[in-house]
Write a protein that binds this ligand. Structure first.
Ligand SMILES: [Zn+2]
Length: 388
């Protein structure tokens, strides 16, 4: 089956050679893009849809999200808005609720957040464990996440939970917990931060994950400028995430590596923190991704469009840079070559905005502009199910 999308006012391919095409059309053949170009040159197809001048982009790639958990931390947010700072320790309150939740409850919570992501234009998302912190609940978390996405990350090393010695917990993470989780995950992650895990502990966790067949990614330099970015580059991590506090050497290291700097401005927004130096990274030549970091503690938003708006308004990224970071940048942060750009042969993951251009993602912050979505060539309904 082939489907011709025509009446595309602006096709922002995110491909460096194709660039942006005005008055465009695109043909989906089964799950892939079969053709794209000027509307006047479009080939015939089995069916056609006129998009009425809308802007078409690749679907957003949210390369950093924590979506398997129970409970919420609204009270912690309220306290933070009155001046209490964010610390890594709040994670433990979500751990208690997650351990107590049934598989079905965790599955319903994840499905709800996945529906929110879709409604916000996300066609691929990564999902971490990290609110179980015991073998059974971490294994449940990655198994349930794998029902919704292939991009599952084992984050047993989120914090040291209550009731266990630090060295014993690290042995557990690198031993039985990793063994129970590895078959359901593609990635291993660690929260390398004051109050969580130091650089040598983080190196041990990631190396254990690599030995088990997983690929590394790191929560790096969120609260302090430690050695996490250097560790990410040392281990060829797919991405160093947060990068809120970077030294000039960190920026140079990222620019000279294949490690993507994944920026999470919804967290800075929700924790009232300074934003990362996106301009410094981009001007040095680093690849930047934008992601939601949706989680119940430091930023409970599934809105990639709002992340784009913040990147433009607060981090001085251009709208084109922000959209690239939310699509092709996210794909690079997941080491995916089949998504994040619109070129012939790529998976047909794309969105149509109720706007003539992508500038409106920043120009109209908070407004739901994603009108239609195709995922692997199939149109996807964007409605949310009732809150469960
Ligand atoms: Zn995170």
């Amino acid at each position: 089956m082939s489907l011709l999308l025509t009446g595309i006012g602006l096709l922002a391919t995110q491909d460096p050679e194709l660039g942006e095409i005005v008055d465009a059309a695109l043909v989906i053949e089964d799950a892939r893009i079969g053709w794209l170009g000027r509307a006047g040159q479009a080939p015939a197809a089995d069916t056609a849809v006129d998009l009425g001048g809308r802007c078409v982009l690749p679907g957003f790639v949210d390369s950093h999200a924590h979506l398997v958990f129970a409970g919420d931390r609204a009270a912690e947010f309220a306290a933070r808005m009155t001046g209490r700072p964010y610390t890594a320790g709040g994670i433990r309150s979500t751990v208690a609720a997650t351990r107590a939740a049934s598989d079905e409850r965790l599955r319903l919570n994840l499905a709800r957040l996945a529906a929110e992501l879709r409604a916000a234009g996300v066609t691929t998302f990564e999902c971490k464990s990290g609110y179980g912190l015991d073998v059974e609940t971490e294994q449940r978390s990655v198994r349930i996440a794998a029902e919704q996405t292939p991009e599952v990350t084992f984050l047993g090393a989120h914090v040291v939970p209550a009731g266990i010695e630090r060295a014993d917990y690290l042995d557990l993470v690198c031993g039985p917990m990793l063994a129970a989780c590895a078959e359901h995950a593609r990635w291993v992650d660690v929260f390398c931060e004051r109050g969580a895990f130091d650089v040598s502990e983080s190196r041990a966790v990631l190396q254990a994950g690599i030995a088990a067949g997983l690929r590394p990614r790191i929560h790096a330099n969120q609260l302090t400028a430690g050695g996490a970015v250097a560790l990410a580059v040392e281990l060829d991590a797919a991405s160093a995430d947060h990068c809120t506090h970077l030294s000039p050497a960190d920026i140079d290291a990222l620019a000279g590596s294949d490690t993507v700097a994944t920026l999470l401005p919804l967290v800075e927004f929700s924790t009232r923190s300074p934003y990362p130096d996106a301009r410094g990274l981009l001007d040095a030549g680093a690849t930047v991704a934008l992601a939601t970091d949706c989680n119940p503690g430091s930023g409970f938003s599934t809105s990639m469009p709002l992340a784009i708006a913040l990147a433009v308004r607060e981090m001085r990224m251009t709208p084109a840079e922000a959209v690239y970071a939310a699509t092709a940048g996210g794909a690079k942060a997941l080491r995916r070559t089949d998504i994040g750009r619109l070129t012939v042969g790529m998976r047909a993951d794309l969105i149509a905005l109720d706007a003539p251009g992508y500038l409106h993602l920043a120009y109209r912050p908070g407004v739901p502009l994603v009108a239609r979505m195709w995922q692997a060539g199939q149109e996807v309904a964007l409605g949310l199910s009732p809150t469960q």
